[in-house]
Write a protein that binds this ligand. Structure first.
Ligand SMILES: [Zn+2]
Length: 145
């Protein structure tokens, strides 16, 4: 009878939406959990506090997250548009369309800190894969010139 119990692999989507390191899916990428502390919310750990993965793999690594953030913003706006259309309805004869624009703007502004973090954790997960042996294997050191 096998006696060794290996840890279950943490869920990919849960680790991304909770902004976890994509190598161990356990350590936090960001220093604070407070989303609306606007001075601190984007400050990241240099290394994953759990497995030691470097979180900024190369200089300017997170520039590409603007595309991810844009995609998330468009997807969220499309979702609120369809929800508004189904629940409240849209017409060119009244100002319900302008109400949607206003409400959508508020939703986008309030969700922006979360979406900015989410785009970074998605971006990291595109480049750093889960390593089931993260407890015993050392994190790869990036080349720095
Ligand atoms: Zn980690």
């Amino acid at each position: 009878m096998p006696t060794d119990k290996s840890d279950p692999i943490p869920n990919y989507f849960l680790s991304v939406i909770k902004h976890k390191c994509s190598r161990c899916r356990t350590g936090d990428m960001f220093k604070t959990k407070k989303l609306y502390n606007l001075k601190e919310f984007m400050k990241m750990n240099t290394r994953c506090p759990v497995c030691g993965q470097i979180l900024e793999i190369e200089p300017g690594f997170y520039f590409g997250t603007s595309y991810v953030s844009y995609m998330l913003t468009v997807a969220l706006s499309a979702t609120t548009f369809v929800a508004w259309w189904v629940i409240i309805g849209l017409s060119l004869n009244d100002n319900r369309l302008f109400w949607w624009i206003g409400v959508n703007t508020v939703i986008l502004l309030l969700s922006q800190p979360y979406l900015m973090r989410l785009s970074r954790s998605m971006w990291l997960s595109f480049f750093v894969k889960y390593n089931p042996n993260w407890r015993t294997e050392r994190a790869e050191e990036p080349e720095r010139l």
